[in-house]
Design a protein around this ligand. Structure first.
Ligand code: SF4
Ligand code: SF4
Length: 427
């Protein structure tokens, strides 16, 4: 665990954060293309863990959303605003934009040192805005891919579509992304981010904090901890400042300065305000410091189990059958056969063509008017299917089962039904 061992704390949170930022960026780009997690608003689909879920698949969407909500709450309760510092796309791209601006400034200054300062400034700004404009198109494309199928979106982008909802959304998100990462950056985290405030509310006296502790008054007032802070705060004033995103940059800064003086850092990650005793058990080091956290873990496991169960029970092809007993309960044919009508609804929620074969059990000699129904990917059909049977017994209500066998996913479903026939003597 990265943050827990106060006595052997890591000194390179910056490097670790940048590595995690890179992984997060790759995940951010890959998710919509892999269908791991994506909404498709035009087609009303939700993709999760490779499954194409229809918007009416309530159980899976319910468990997915509750699981994610509790995961976010648990992360904030255990680890404070660690999401902001290590995982949040707003923070990742804000820091990236600041870094790109600084590099372009340095490059222009170095290469064109003979130019007057205003001209260098203008060229730097033009270079920076050009890079950010191109990046904004890419980021907006990836972001909208979470809601519109990527190939469809690419077609709209190449056609410079700004007439349809998808095209307009693309143009607006590109503009917002550009303004965000050129003008707003971390100011958004300070004043507008609801998740930042939520995390602040969820944290308690046992959550992970970045704490300044200087009982021997060793601080040399170098202020490096303030200079490296992306949020522009002085952690020495309080560990509870709402702006602090627990990124650990100030820990690295003070560790570095104090190491030169052969002292231990004055700023560290710590669980709550109580200093480490050195007797913490492994579960204390993981952040399990009270019963509330254990309960949260069990709730999280409950939703994860519910989600896993709902996903494992899911079939790509949905089959629903109900009797159609409108004006007549049954029909009598001239040949002496009795006919019952059933309404069949089928939906192929997979990405491959499927065929559903229907078969009857416990109704010997009965015939179906349609026994095999093909379904294109994403297709829904509703049919009336007739069952013809010459009743062999005296009963008016005959219990039987319809088996629906779907290929290629080989799922099988049995649906209990009743076949009604005329009372004895009327046949
Ligand atoms: S980096 Fe450490 S020594 Fe320097 S001002 Fe901050 S707390 Fe004091
Ligand atoms: S005070 Fe330290 S941990 Fe908090 S945001 Fe600033 S650098 Fe990051």
């Amino acid at each position: 665990m990265l943050f827990v061992d106060e006595t052997t704390r890591l000194k390179h949170y910056h490097g670790m954060r940048k590595a995690i930022h890179l992984v997060c960026f790759l995940i951010f780009v890959a998710l919509p293309f892999s269908n791991f997690m994506r909404f498709d608003i035009p087609r009303q689909r939700f993709y999760f863990a490779g499954h194409e879920l229809w918007i009416n698949e309530f159980a899976i969407i319910f468990f997915s959303l509750l699981f994610l909500m509790f995961l976010i709450s648990a992360a904030a309760l255990f680890y404070g605003r660690i999401y902001c510092g290590y995982l949040c796309p707003q923070m990742i791209f804000s820091e990236w934009s600041t870094m790109i601006q600084s590099r372009i400034d340095k490059f222009i200054t170095k290469k064109f040192i003979s130019w007057p300062a205003p001209r260098r400034k203008l060229v730097s700004a033009l270079g920076f805005y050009t890079v950010l404009a191109a990046t904004s198109v890419v980021l907006a494309f990836v972001f909208i891919s979470y809601f519109v199928e990527p190939r469809d979106l690419l077609g709209r982008l190449l056609a410079l579509d700004i007439h349809t909802a998808g095209g307009i959304a693309g143009a607006v998100v590109t503009l917002i992304t550009f303004l965000d990462f050129t003008l707003v950056r971390q100011r958004f985290c300070k004043v507008a981010c609801p998740y930042g405030y939520l995390q602040g509310m969820l944290s308690d006296r046992n959550s992970l904090l970045v704490v300044y502790d200087d009982p021997k008054q060793q601080c040399i007032e170098c202020k490096k901890c303030i200079r490296v802070c992306e949020m522009g705060i002085d952690i020495r004033k309080s560990p509870y400042q709402i702006e602090c995103i627990h990124c650990g940059e100030c820990v690295d800064a003070c560790t570095d300065i104090m190491a030169r003086l052969k002292n231990d850092t004055l700023i560290r990650y710590q669980w709550g305000e109580s200093a480490p005793t050195g007797k913490e058990t492994w579960f204390h080091k993981l952040g399990f410091r009270d019963a509330k956290r254990v309960v949260i873990l069990f709730v999280l496991l409950f939703y994860a189990a519910g989600l896993a169960t709902a996903l494992s029970m899911r079939h790509n092809v949905l089959v629903q059958i109900r009797p159609e007993r409108g004006q007549k309960l049954y029909q009598l044919g001239e040949d002496g056969e009795v006919r019952n009508t059933f309404k069949v609804r089928m939906a192929n929620r997979g990405s491959q063509a499927a065929t559903v074969a229907l078969a009857l059990q416990d109704l010997p000699g009965a015939r179906l008017s349609e026994a095999s129904i093909p379904l294109a990917p994403g297709e829904q059909v509703e049919r009336e299917v007739e069952i013809s049977w010459r009743p062999s017994g005296p009963g008016e209500v005959n219990h039987f089962r319809i088996t629906a066998y779907s290929t290629p996913d080989k799922s099988r479903e049995e649906i209990a039904m009743t076949f009604l026939s005329p009372p004895k003597g009327k046949q």
